[in-house]
Design a protein around this ligand. Sequence first.
Ligand code: ALA
Length: 571
Amino acid sequence: MGSFLANIIQSLRGVGAFRVKSADQLTVDDSEAGEHKLKRELGPMDAIAMGVGCIIGAGIFVMPGVVAAKTAGPGIVLSFAFSAIPCIFVAYCLMELASMIDKGGSAYTYTAATMGELVAWIIGFDLLLEYAIGGSAVAAGWSEYLQKLLSGLNFDINWLGLHLHGVYLPTYMQHAPGSDTLPWKYVLSGVGGCLFGALGWFNFGSPFRVSGANAFALLGKLATVALYGVGAWGAYETAMHLTSVNLPAIVIIILLSLLLMVGVKQTARANLFFVFVKVAVIVVFVALGIWHVQSANFDPFLPYGMDGVFRGGVQAFFAYIGFDAVSTLPEDCKNPKRDVPIGIGGSLVVSTILYMTVALVMVGVVTYTSLNTAAPMAVVLEQLKATWALPLIVVGAIAGLTSVLIVLLLGPSRILMTMSRDGLMPPVFSKMHPRLKTPVGSIALLALMVGLPAGLIPISELVDLTSIGTLFAFMLICAGVIVLRRTAPEAKRGFKVPFGNSTAGISLFGTRVIAADTFPLLGIASTMVLMAYVELLTWERFVIWLLIGFAIYFAYSRFHSKFAGSGSSGK
Ligand code: ALA
């Protein structure tokens, strides 16, 4: 887009919140050891498995039934195709960026290189929302399926005197309380008090150490204690007023966080196992159902019109979230500039094929109206009289949701780690455990960010926040490709988007649009179209989250940033 855009970018780059990372801050120097470095354990197959691990989960085992029944009808097949469009363009853009920048952090790092500190911070914060809410929703689905599995455990072992007819948790441990019974004011006081208390601690130092502090710092320490007081009061009152918690969701998040702390190699192995189980179950489902697809079930094909297809597309988009998570892991990969692009592209291709096929089988075997359930595959199997396969589906769903959770916890821990190395988050989040070489601080924070909502909040109302957060990040990823092509034209790119080498172009409104920008521009346009179908309430919640992000940036990150010129990146 020619000199006009380049001039604007150049003039903003050095200014405060628009400082960008310098080129040497975007490459990991492996020769430097230290407490901020991860172990490189993953190869290309691990990267694909991480992508598939994160993509295929609630989006296929839980969600499509309700979308088909209420929003898109059999046209859900088109909804899946519609929401795959931005993913394809974005995946190409991500692959180009991943082949030139090998520092962890995904869209956060790419934005840091192109649009500067403030936008990078907002994207980092936005990605944390995406993963935290997405993770909470998946954990809640996991809990449902586990309880279904436990309730079906029936056996009698007479000689041992053992008789089991379903295992049921006490009702106050089964679900998060409904939004009308959750004591919101105490929850918000607890979370807000602890969050801003922590920021006070990081800004003004420990409130227990006052010697040598000036009046300003003393005031800050006093405010920190007061904020923690509010937080503790809120937490206590929340505990007193809670009617129930989703205990299985909390437990699985704690267990997987411990796995992540042990090491990425062990995590990758566990992920591979769960991916294998879920893909096998999906293949069995398709093999059973494909022969029973009936054309009558496609009539009417679009009971809710094309509008239903588009609105269904926004919901189906949740199913694709995850291929981007691979781009948070370059510092875990042995050869990141090769492995990460392969992981992104490979996992998206595998998942898209599986999604379209499963959706086709679902709406082809039963009438779409009967799919209005969180376990749509079970409805299909019942119709096929293949009830023997029902436990298989439950096991597949649990395996699938487990692997999604693994990557949804792993990815943001790397983003948090990178933000902390850059000074935008406190240093504790980039400290590696001396023996395990994992960022235990950031994993623990993520466990809290995912576990608390999963355990306490009826999350289904918030799921769309995950999609809008991701779409927003996707848009900036595509813009990043366009900007970097101008600000770092010489940088080595192992992979380029289609037409990425072409300099042919046209002048549009006084700026030059080149063919190399086609894919990123189409990516921006298609994410915007999808965002236009997001409901107003979700937009409002998203803006509130971004405003909280701005508050934290100006209360902490702005003063501790190590962006270009003001220190190292934590190496
Ligand atoms: N794509 C992931 C899922 O469907 C988030 O569970």
